[in-house]
Design a protein around this ligand. Structure first.
Ligand code: GDP
Length: 440
């Protein structure tokens, strides 16, 4: 039996238990280890075979792509984590790119309720740590902290346990200063991270180990033991005694909110409609049988499937055949297909309910940032707040194909770029006949 199908039904069951769902992302300064950590989580807790991590993953994707004739892009990875035999579903939304020139991180944040902020233990808090943390706080997305590359403190910097501890404490303090600076008054004290509370983990994404203080206590592991393991060249063992995915997912499940909790304060921030209205109440309570309301966070043009619109369902249930309305474009559509991302693959499903992430086909003018509502509520729906970007388009380039016969291809590509990046504009200068692309 193909494990994927078995697991899809598992996921669908989990998706109906909202208390057990976490929608999260990983954000970091460039090179601090976001990709390494994502790959490791996917390999160890992802709902596809462990083979797909690293190199093998790329191959699997290509094979699968050929088999199915669709282009596969990772928009969302679903991870499974058990605490005391109880399964939790962790949906990890891809937050691509560190320098957020295209605004992709900002858009992805709209779909999630919590983030793991990765900080390199050697480099400490950097400019983009500040930018992405600020963006998360602006969207009322709660952070937990992972201090990565602790192996380098031991192997390269050769710090004593005391020196290492001081450095780690400084990182935590600096990170909390960011929360103090950019967090909202009512939330920031609660959201500051603290190793004793379990909202900070330490480890090495490269060597796949990590711990929170709770885990370290339970396992009887001390910092000295980790240093000792490196000295003896036995760091491989740490992967087994204190596996990274366990620390990360424990922290996520225990300290980041489920969609029901999160929507109660996030909706107030990202939607300015009447909270006491039918739609307002349904979103605040993350109701499956309320009006369908979705905030689209990504639009991708697939050569076979057409436009794939992905977003977070804040209320109601989306089903194939539903008549929906896009508030920004003012167009109604029939949903042609509902799917969810599992690993990097899109799985077609019957329906997806509030608090989850869904990918929809058939909405050709849908763009990231759009508000989707069921047709019955089209006249009363107030759109979501505009997603705030850190920068505005600043450059314009004129493009021309090397060979004039390739002009249609150029136009096609420019169109696709503009669909996927709402901050990009493709225009034609009628006077000069130039093809212009403006963006960040
Ligand atoms: P990203 O830019 O945040 O996605 O960072 P990457 O995951 O691509 O990592 C950047 C570099 O740091 C790569 O060369 C990784 O192998 C390395 N790296 C990531 N995690 C660790 C770690 O825990 N320890 C060490 N020593 N290197 C790491």
């Amino acid at each position: 039996m193909c494990p994927r199908f078995r697991q899809t039904s598992d996921i669908l069951r989990l998706m109906s238990r909202k208390e057990d769902i976490r929608n999260i992302g990983i954000i970091a300064h460039i090179d601090h280890g976001k990709t390494t950590m994502t790959d490791s989580l996917l390999a160890e807790a992802g709902l596809l075979s462990p083979k797909i991590a690293g190199e093998a993953r790329a191959l699997d994707y290509l094979e699968e792509e050929q088999k199915r004739g669709i282009t596969i892009k990772t928009a969302n990875i679903s991870l499974l984590h058990e605490i005391e035999n109880k399964p939790y579903l962790v949906n990890m939304i891809d937050t691509p790119g560190h320098v957020d020139f295209t605004g992709k991180v900002t858009r992805a944040l709209r779909a999630i309720d919590g983030v793991i902020v990765v900080i390199d233990a050697v480099e400490e808090v950097m400019v983009q740590t500040e930018t992405v943390t600020r963006q998360a706080l602006t969207e009322r997305v709660r952070p937990v902290l992972f201090i990565n590359k602790v192996d380098r403190l031991i192997k390269e910097l050769k710090l004593s346990p005391e020196e290492a501890q001081n450095k780690l404490l400084r990182i935590i303090r600096d990170f909390n200063n960011l929360i103090e600076l950019y967090g909202e008054k009512e939330l920031k004290d609660k959201w500051k991270v603290d190793p004793i509370q379990g909202t900070v983990a330490f480890g090495s994404a490269l060597h796949k180990w990590g711990f929170t203080l709770e885990i370290a206590q339970k396992k009887g592991t001390k910092f000295g033991d980790v240093a000792e393991a490196y000295k003896k060249g036995r760091e491989q063992e740490l992967q087994k005694t204190i596996p990274l995915h366990n620390a990360m997912l424990d922290m996520v499940v225990k300290h980041l909110p489920n969609p029901i909790e999160a929507q109660k304060y996030r909706v107030l921030k990202i939607w300015k409609g009447e909270i006491e209205s039918e739609i307002g109440k349904a979103m605040m309570n993350c109701e499956d049988d309320g009006p369908t309301v979705m905030c689209l966070t990504s639009a991708q043009l697939d050569p076979h499937a057409g436009l794939i619109a992905t977003g977070r369902i804040f209320s109601g249930t989306v089903q194939e055949g539903d008549q929906i309305f896009l508030v920004g474009t003012k167009k109604d559509y029939r949903v042609q297909q509902v799917s969810m991302y599992m690993g990097a693959f899109r799985e077609i499903v019957d329906k997806i309910a509030a608090g989850n992430i869904a990918a929809l086909l058939g909405l050709d003018l849908a763009r990231a940032g759009e508000t989707l509502v069921d047709i019955a509520h089209k006249d009363v729906m107030v759109p979501f707040e505009r997603i705030k970007y850190v920068s505005e388009p600043v450059i314009t380039v004129a493009l021309e194909p090397k060979h004039p016969k390739d002009l249609p291809k150029l136009i096609d590509v420019m169109h696709r770029l503009a669909v996927e990046d709402p901050n990009l504009a493709a225009t034609i200068n009628k006077d000069t006949g130039e093809y212009l692309l403006s963006g960040m």
